[in-house]
Design a protein around this ligand. Structure first.
Ligand code: XLS
Ligand code: NI
Ligand code: NI
Length: 437
C-alpha cells in the first residue's frame, strides 16, 4: 500500500535546541529516568476514534478533515486500509501502542453476526500490522453509546434486550482484545446514567451495571484474558448524571458491589475538569487506593463547558500528572493514551503529527521536571514536616489506634490549648514549583 504520509519520516529526538517542529525536543525514548526509559514510563498510545474516525463535524457544521486514504465508505476494505494507516502513523511517531472501540475499527453490520464478521476481518489486518511493527494494543473497548439502540443506556438500560445486545458486544470485544494481546480493557460509561429521576430506578440500574461487570470478569476468566479491566470516570455528557462520575464514585461503586479486586481506573483530564476536580486530584485519589490504572491524556478548555478533548500542551499540567504517577509507582500496564482530537480548523493530515508530537513532548518534559522535583525532595520534606505532630506523642497514638476520645480529652484538658499552627506557605510552594518549570 502507498504511504499515507509520504512527506513525513520517522520523528526523531533532536534535543531542546531544535527548531524543527516535527522533532522531539524532550521525548528521548531511550533516556533513563528513575531507573526506567521514557518509553517505559510513558507508554504512549494513539486513539483510533478521534485520529482515524474524527471528521471535525460539530453541531453547527459538517466535517472538515482531509483524509486522502479514506474513501469515506463504510466498507470493510476501507476499514482495513485505514487500519494500515494507523500503524504508519504510530510507527512514524514512535508510539508503542494504540487503542480502539470495536465500531471505530470495523463497520457495524445489519445484525450482530455481520458486525462480528466485519470486526474479525479488520482484526486480522490489525494483527498483521502489530506483528510487522511490534506496536501493541493498549486497550480495546466496545462502543455502547453511538447506535440509537443504546439511547437509554446499555448496561443500565430499562430494555433487557438492549442489555443482552450490549453483553454480546462486550463478549466479542473481549475476545478480539485478547486475540490482539490487548494489555487492558476499558469501560467508559457511554450513556450509563440518567437525565431524570422521574422515570429512573437508579438502584436497579446500578445493580444491573454491577451484574454486567461481574459477567465481564467471569467471561475474561473463562477465555483466559488477563488484561487489566479499567473504568473511565466522567461526570456528565452525554447524560446529565453519569454513574461513573469521578474516581471516588467509581471506587465506591466497585467496593459496594465486590468488584474492587478486578478493576482500576482510567483517568482523563477533561473528565476531571468536568467533575470539578483537577486531574492531579483524581490521580492521587485513585493512587492512594491502589487503583491508578491508565490515563487518557488530553485537556479541556476552561472557557468551554464540554469535553473538547484537546491535545495537552500545558507543562504545568503534564508535570503535575507525571509527578503523581511517579508518586504511585507508574501506570503500567496502562499508558498515556491520547484521547484527543485535532480541532476542526486543523484539517490536514500533517496536523495529526503536530498534535501528537506536541503532546508527547509535553509529557516527556513533564516527566523530566517531575523527576527533578522528586530528586530534590523539597516538597516531600515540607509535607513531611507539616504532619510531624503525628510522628510522636499524642499524634502517633492517634495513628496507631492507641488514642480514643477519652485519652484525647484528658490530653487537651491537661494542656489547656492546642499548639499554635504553622503557615501553609502556599505562595512559597507555588513559587518553588515554578523554579522547576
Ligand atoms: C468519552 C471517553 C471515551 C473513552 C472510550 O468521553 O473519553 O472516548 O475514552 O470509550
Ligand atoms: Ni477517554
Ligand atoms: Ni472523554
Amino acid at each position: 500500500m502507498a504511504q499515507a504520509f509520504p512527506e513525513i519520516s520517522k520523528i526523531e529526538y533532536e534535543g531542546p535546541q531544535t527548531k524543527n517542529p516535527l522533532a522531539f525536543r524532550w521525548y528521548n525514548a531511550d533516556e533513563v529516568i528513575e531507573g526506567k526509559t521514557m518509553r517505559e514510563h510513558l507508554r504512549f498510545a494513539v486513539v483510533y476514534w478521534h485520529t482515524f474516525r474524527g471528521t471535525g463535524s460539530d453541531p453547527f457544521g459538517p466535517g472538515t478533515m482531509i483524509r486522502p486514504w479514506d474513501d469515506g465508505s463504510d466498507s470493510v476494505e476501507n476499514a482495513q486500509k485505514r487500519a494500515r494507516v494507523c500503524f504508519e502513523l504510530c510507527e512514524k511517531l514512535g508510539a508503542p501502542f494504540y487503542a480502539f472501540h470495536d465500531r471505530d475499527v470495523a463497520p457495524e453490520g445489519k445484525t450482530l453476526a455481520e458486525s462480528n464478521k466485519n470486526f474479525d476481518a479488520v482484526a486480522k489486518v490489525l494483527k498483521e500490522e502489530q506483528q510487522r511493527t511490534g506496536i501493541k494494543l493498549l486497550w480495546g473497548t466496545a462502543n455502547l453509546f453511538s447506535n440509537p439502540r443504546y439511547m437509554l443506556g446499555a448496561a443500565t438500560t430499562c430494555n433487557a434486550d438492549v442489555y443482552a445486545f450490549a453483553a454480546a458486544q462486550v463478549k466479542k470485544c473481549l475476545e478480539v482484545t485478547k486475540e490482539l494481546g490487548g494489555e487492558n480493557y476499558v469501560f467508559w460509561g457511554g450513556r450509563e446514567g440518567y437525565q431524570n429521576l422521574l422515570n429512573t430506578d437508579m438502584k436497579r440500574e446500578l445493580d444491573h451495571l454491577a451484574r454486567f461487570f461481574h459477567m465481564a470478569v467471569a467471561y475474561a476468566k473463562e477465555i483466559g484474558f488477563t488484561g487489566q479491566f479499567l473504568i473511565e470516570p466522567k461526570p456528565k455528557e452525554p447524560t446529565k448524571h453519569q454513574y461513573d462520575s469521578d474516581a471516588a464514585a467509581c471506587l465506591n461503586f466497585l467496593r459496594a458491589y465486590d468488584l474492587l479486586p478486578y478493576f482500576k481506573l482510567n483517568l482523563e483530564t477533561n473528565h476531571a475538569t468536568l467533575a470539578g476536580h483537577t486531574m492531579q486530584h483524581e490521580l492521587d485519589y485513585a493512587g492512594m487506593q491502589g487503583a491508578l490504572g491508565s490515563i487518557d491524556a488530553n485537556t479541556g478548555d476552561l472557557l468551554l463547558g464540554w469535553d473538547t478533548d484537546q491535545f495537552p500542551t500545558n507543562i504545568y499540567l503534564t508535570t503535575e500528572i507525571m509527578w503523581t504517577i511517579l508518586k504511585w509507582g507508574g501506570i503500567s500496564p496502562g499508558g498515556v493514551n491520547f484521547d484527543a482530537k485535532v480541532r476542526r480548523e486543523s484539517f490536514e493530515p500533517i496536523d495529526l503529527f503536530h498534535a501528537h508530537v506536541g503532546g508527547m513532548d509535553a509529557f516527556a518534559r513533564g516527566l523530566k521536571i517531575a523527576a527533578a522535583i522528586r530528586a530534590d525532595g523539597e516538597f516531600d520534606k515540607f509535607v513531611k514536616q507539616r504532619y510531624s505532630s503525628f510522628d510522636s506523642g499524642i499524634g502517633a497514638d492517634v495513628e496507631s489506634g492507641k488514642a480514643d476520645f477519652k485519652s484525647l480529652e484528658a490530653y487537651i484538658l491537661a494542656k489547656g490549648e492546642a499548639a499554635p499552627n504553622a503557615s501553609g506557605r502556599q505562595e512559597m510552594l507555588e513559587h518553588l514549583f515554578n523554579r522547576y518549570i
